[in-house]
Design a protein around this ligand. Structure first.
Ligand code: 48H
Length: 313
């Protein structure tokens, strides 16, 4: 049976097959000129009729040096443009991604710094490498908000695919204008005369891994969010250097308690420094919760609210 959606795909494909290449290009340029959302077009590209019509077997003209220059110039500009930001989120796990996406959606200039190659933190692995996450009733609306597919396993327990959840949170942050700096480690913070965390000391992760003696660079930020997970790395840096902040370290597994309390622990713990996700529970000496991720999403959302309020002051 031909579904209505397939029929639309067929019609679009048929029309484009018949059009000459110039009109095809005109359609695309026209869509771009009108600054329309290309989602519909991308959907049509998945249509086999259109796909067949859109590739070419002609040789391509490509210059390796142009490719290199494109990468270097663009990323160099992105870094320079983000040397001063309103908000820096450290850690691209579920809480950091949620926080960054919601800050970006508010129009706040936000950089997300992740020391690993991939974004997603501990969410990829679900529970013991079974790539599924569980989210409770209270956080289901955030799955909806980020368009993560889920189903109810039992009343109040929703299951989603961890890969999809990482992908959709990351896509939301990208769409909201968040700039990602992966493979970059925050190795220290900047605290000056006003006693606030006012910047981050960054270096390439491979420099740290290789133990090379290479001096770092610095970026300035009005608000910093420690979303570094169980280790609460940024809060610990402040504690280690004598700042008035005690990191109690996370406690035993107790999902109900850990998830119920995480929002209380999501707060500004030092002037200019906010904690979210597991870092919030680690600073507070609170329990861990295992592979239920609602608290991470809710905590990221609360951190974004608190940062937005602080920036508005
Ligand atoms: C740059 C850094 C640095 C640094 C670390 O661990 P995460 O996924 O963190 P959360 O809090 O968003 O999510 C926690 C969740 O994944 C989890 O582990 C749960 C729910 N556990 C419960 C339980 O009982 O075990 O992500 C933190 C990210 C990682 O990607 C790190 O690589 C990154 O922070 N990071 N990035 N500079 N100094 N330190």
């Amino acid at each position: 049976m031909v579904r209505p959606k397939s029929r639309v795909h067929f019609m679009v494909g048929y029309m484009l097959c018949r059009a000459d290449i110039k009109s095809f290009v005109d359609i695309i340029l026209n869509l771009r000129a009108q600054n329309r959302n290309l989602t519909a077009f991308r959907g049509a590209c998945r249509c086999p009729y259109l796909y067949r019509a859109s590739y070419s077997i002609r040789a391509m003209t490509l210059n390796e040096v142009t490719i290199s220059r494109a990468i270097l110039e663009e990323q160099h500009r992105a870094l320079i443009d983000h040397l001063e930001v309103e908000a820096a989120v450290i850690g691209g796990g579920p809480s950091g991604l949620t926080c960054a996406a919601l800050l970006g959606e508010r129009g706040i200039r936000c950089a997300l710094i992740e020391k690993k190659l991939s974004i997603g933190g501990g969410m990829w692995g679900g529970g013991m490498m079974f790539p599924r996450i569980v989210v409770q009733e209270e956080a289901k609306r955030l799955l909806d908000r980020f368009e993560v597919t889920f189903h109810e396993f039992e009343k109040g327990y929703y299951v989603a695919k961890s890969v999809e959840a990482v992908a959709k949170l990351t896509a939301a942050a990208c769409d909201a204008g968040v700039e990602f700096f992966n493979l970059v480690t925050v190795e220290d913070v900047m605290v000056r005369g006003d006693g606030r965390v006012g910047g981050l000391v960054i270096n390439w992760t491979p420099v740290e891994m290789a133990g090379l003696h290479v001096d770092p660079l610095t970026i300035a930020c009005t608000c910093t969010v420690d979303a570094t997970g169980h280790d609460a790395m940024i809060a610990r840096m402040i504690e280690r250097k004598g700042g008035n902040l005690k990191v109690k370290g996370e406690s035993f597994m107790w999902a109900e308690r850990a998830e119920s309390r995480i929002l209380e622990h999501t707060k500004e713990v030092y002037p200019g420094l906010f904690v979210t996700g597991m870092a919030a529970n680690a600073v507070a000496g609170e329990c861990r919760m295992g592979p239920i991720f609602g608290g991470m999403l809710l905590s990221g959302e609360r951190a974004a609210d608190l940062v937005a309020k602080a920036l508005a002051r």
